[in-house]
Design a binder for this molecule. Structure first.
Ligand SMILES: [Zn+2]
Length: 427
């Protein structure tokens, strides 16, 4: 047994050295952020590069440079120019994809800011950006070759104080969560201090984050806005803030998002980050979260503890909304005959790839809803209704933080997905 343990430790150490050597062969210990515009509507889309920003350090995983999950709608692939070998990939979802499924998105052209962080390649590289529609059909939006020695780079500047709220492992061995405040003026200094602590504790008291304390870092940017509050266009309330976050995104009253993605990342560059959470100084219920993009949460009211961990479910786990009764403006988000990418929904097209093996043999399928007094509250089954529709889409559990307004109540499937991804950042 002892010999086996020593052999295993030796193998793991060897793999770690190999992975690090491979990283060093292709990349510098720097991050290249490519800013671009995502332009179009339901029928057309395009990407136009804008800026190349370099900063010291690569804070993501070095042993799994190829994205093993591909939960997002956009896939970034980096290839070595000489061998054509895929050396890095990353996937994320974006507001543009949601916009395309709205009524306005059928005809009106939108222009949205996006960006991606990649480790800076040492040599000339190819980069391909593909967009996957709701039927998972890919369109290549950009396929180009870039030479780091001829690119005109901008360099990230340090402008803000960074506060450490929870420290686990080093940034290379943990998911680095960065909180950025919006709508806090200098008159709100004490409130900001209080809120940063409060929201960090909402995260760390929720499963699975609390069990994975060493795999999580939480830092915050101490950044103030010119004015207090958050813009609500539908109420004719406009304020000048650090991030210019706004309600009524894609015409949804409670959908609170940040249109200035480049500015957001300029500010985020002051700290290591894998995931960005924006805390908005507002008493109007709202939030939003998109996989590997960013998430937002309001600060005053009854449910910000629930909203932050729910939106982080989208941001970090790529989890879907399990509810189907609330106001949404997206249409045909889960088309018939296509298995959703999200781990917590199925259309039964490929249920084997989801949670089928977690259902007891004595559980009825589809599982009937028997009300809130269900004796097996969090038991995994196959419940019809989820992803904004009542029929044809199924969820794993009667209740879950991705479904109802309950803090710290992720169903076993959502919890396991979050655990897997948090650990992925720690490799
Ligand atoms: Zn769930």
């Amino acid at each position: 047994m002892r010999k086996f343990t020593i052999t295993l430790i030796f193998l793991l150490a060897s793999f770690s050295i190999y992975a690090n050597n491979l990283f060093n062969h292709y990349f510098e210990d720097k991050t290249l952020r490519i800013n671009y515009l995502h332009i179009g509507n339901k029928n057309q889309e395009n990407i136009i590069f804008a800026d190349f920003i370099v900063r010291k350090g690569w804070f993501g995983t070095r042993s799994e440079l190829i994205d093993p999950y591909h939960y997002g709608d956009i896939l970034i692939e980096v290839f070595d120019n000489i061998t054509d070998k895929l050396i890095f990939s990353r996937s994320y979802s974006c507001l543009f994809t949601e916009y395309r499924t709205t009524e306005r998105g059928k005809t009106e052209i939108a222009k949205m800011e996006e960006c991606v962080n990649i480790p800076l390649p040492r040599q000339t590289f190819k980069i391909r950006i593909s967009s996957y529609d709701r039927k998972r059909i890919a369109t290549i939006l950009k396929d180009t070759t870039l030479n780091p020695s001829t690119i005109t780079f901008k360099y990230a500047k340090k402008d803000h104080k960074v506060r450490r709220l929870h420290l686990g492992n080093s940034p290379k061995k943990a998911i680095d969560i960065l909180i950025i405040p919006d709508g806090y003026s200098k008159n709100n200094k004490l409130l900001l201090k209080y809120d940063l602590k409060r929201f960090a504790s909402y995260i760390m008291k929720c499963s699975p984050y609390k069990e994975l304390r060493k795999h999580v870092n939480i830092r915050a940017i101490v950044g103030y806005s010119e004015q207090s509050g958050i813009t609500q266009p539908q109420n004719n309330f406009f304020v000048n803030t650090l991030l210019n976050c706004t309600y009524n995104t894609i015409d949804l009253d409670r959908y609170l998002m940040c249109p200035g993605v480049w500015n957001l990342h300029d500010i985020a560059d002051d700290a290591p980050y894998d995931a960005i959470i924006i805390i908005c100084n507002s008493d109007k219920y709202g939030g939003g979260g998109i996989y590997n993009f960013y998430c937002t949460v309001y600060n005053h009211g009854d449910y910000p503890d629930y909203v932050i961990v729910h939106e982080m479910g989208h941001l970090i786990g790529g989890l879907a909304d399990e509810y189907y009764t609330s106001e949404v403006s997206v249409q045909d988000f889960y088309p018939e005959g296509v298995e959703p990418t999200e781990a917590n929904l199925t259309t039964l097209v490929n249920f084997e790839s989801k949670w089928k093996n977690k259902i007891d043999s004595n559980t009825i399928i589809p599982t009937p809803e028997v009300g809130k007094e269900h004796p097996d509250y969090n038991k995994v089954g196959l419940y019809e209704g989820g992803g904004y529709v009542a029929k044809g889409v199924y969820r794993p559990s009667l209740h879950c933080t991705m479904n109802s307004i309950v803090y710290n109540d992720f169903c076993p499937v959502c919890k396991e997905t979050l655990e897997k991804i948090i650990k992925y950042y720690s490799k």
